[in-house]
Design a protein. Structure first.
Length: 450
């Protein structure tokens, strides 16, 4: 056992099992109330049903939700959507959404963050992008459900996964990165552009991410700076208990991250639950469904590999390796000055209290060799962190900015005529040690169009 391993996960797991009889009683009470319509005719009965529902939801393990995107509206018509797994890997898959009669539309990869929630938190993001694009998304797994034999997952692994996914998608992909992977998408573009990789993205679109947290610090940044890495390891890294596939793994548990999320805005969560009970009493079915849908998603969290979590704290939030130009991938320094052909659109929310405005915009100064006409920035007024990629303002204002940007810089349909680089597969074989840099032949295969 590692000297800093604690047993908080075991305590949490045991507590969940001990609460099982109470959850069962709450479930039975709800079933009784729902089976007797007369009890639900009164506000008191509906209030009791709401209280038991809240207790059951807040004390259970919430399973990973499904995307459940079976159709989208395209030009006023309902079009079927099919979800498939394009690439399967130990720590995450590449999920592909195709429409019925899918045309040759711009290919979009949405990088979901590995920061506590599952990729389904971006359901609204995916659904809004499908009508005009061929959409993929990274679907990360909870390491609690991955055996120790699969090894560990770190920042290098993260970038390697993204390179593999982009290679599968092929040339002229447009890569959106929501929150934390804004750092990874910048590194992705630099590594692939420097290598003259034929599958280097046509555009990169970091959204509300900590590219340079020094610009305007939030509570998240201050917390990271206020403690040593050893403090984070001692207090937050724990062992997955027996009974799970990943038993014995050292992880940063999702339930700790969820607690941190809630503690950032406790009043809003309190008001949301009070409103839920009021909606129950008044039988406001739309409000009830909205609350249940949101919290079923919000309370569903994944565990992170300890190496990945600690590297993120240190390299992104403590030593700021990317903006300082010292971050490495497979031993090679990542130089954002190598980005010359990937058009850049940065997106931020005016009221973002996780990645404050300016942290993502900082990417422009770092891309010193990218032509100014290939750079755009948009600040969405009136939204916080989640409003950058979900909600009514995302759909009405932010998404159209992305669509316009993609339409301009797409290699196939775009109106912008850029200098076409000499992109050769296996470029690292020509002057660099490809086997070490790419860590395997799979990274050196780009799926070119037929």
């Amino acid at each position: 056992m590692h000297k800093n391993d604690n047993r908080i996960y075991e305590f949490y797991d045991s507590s969940s099992y001990l609460l099982m009889p109470m959850r069962k009683m709450a479930h039975m009470a709800r079933s009784f109330l729902n089976e007797h319509p007369s009890a639900m005719d009164y506000g008191g009965g509906r209030l009791m049903e709401g209280l038991t529902d809240m207790y059951e939801r807040s004390t259970r393990y919430v399973k990973k939700p499904e995307f459940n995107i079976d159709h989208v509206d395209v030009n006023g018509e309902k079009v079927k959507v099919y979800q498939t797994t394009a690439v399967k890997k130990a720590f995450g898959n590449l999920v592909h959404f195709t429409k019925e009669n899918q045309g040759n539309e711009p290919k979009v990869l949405i990088i979901a963050p590995v920061s506590g929630h599952f990729a389904t938190l971006l359901r609204d993001t995916v659904k809004r992008m499908i009508p005009k694009h061929d959409v993929y998304i990274t679907d990360w797994k909870s390491v609690r459900d991955i055996p120790i034999s699969a090894g560990s997952f770190d920042l290098d692994s993260y970038l390697s996964y993204l390179i593999d996914f982009v290679h599968h998608i092929g040339p002229s992909a447009h890569v959106m990165a929501v929150c934390q992977p804004a750092v990874q998408v910048m590194a992705l573009a630099a590594v692939m552009d420097e290598a003259n990789d034929p599958c280097a993205p046509a555009t990169i679109i970091p959204m509300g991410g900590p590219i340079d947290p020094r610009v305007k610090k939030t509570e998240v940044n201050i917390l990271a700076e206020s403690h040593t890495l050893e403090w984070f390891e001692k207090n937050f890294i724990t062992l997955v208990p027996q009974g799970h596939i990943g038993a014995g793994r050292r992880v940063y548990p999702g339930f700790i991250q969820l607690t941190a999320f809630i503690n950032m805005n406790p009043e809003s969560h309190y008001r949301a639950h009070v409103q839920y009970l009021e909606d129950k009493i008044l039988n406001n079915k739309a409000g009830i469904e909205k609350h249940a849908t949101f919290y079923d998603e919000y309370l569903s969290v994944l565990d992170m590999d300890d190496v990945y979590y600690l590297e993120t704290i240190e390299k992104i939030f403590q030593t700021y390796e990317l903006p300082r130009g010292v971050m490495k991938y497979r031993g090679n320094t990542i130089d954002l000055g190598a980005i010359r052909n990937c058009a850049l659109l940065t997106l931020e929310g005016e009221k973002d209290d996780i990645s404050a405005p300016g942290q993502t915009f900082a990417a422009h100064a770092l891309c010193r060799n990218l032509p100014k006409e290939m750079q755009r920035h948009y600040l969405q007024p009136g939204v916080g962190h989640y409003g950058v990629f979900s909600g009514s303002k995302w759909r009405a204002f932010v998404a159209p900015k992305i669509e316009e940007f993609i339409a301009k810089f797409d290699y196939n349909i775009g109106t912008y005529k850029r200098h076409q680089p000499s992109r050769k597969a296996n470029a690292w074989d020509l002057g660099k040690n490809a086997s070490n840099f790419w860590n395997g032949a799979s990274h050196r295969t780009c799926r070119l169009p037929l």
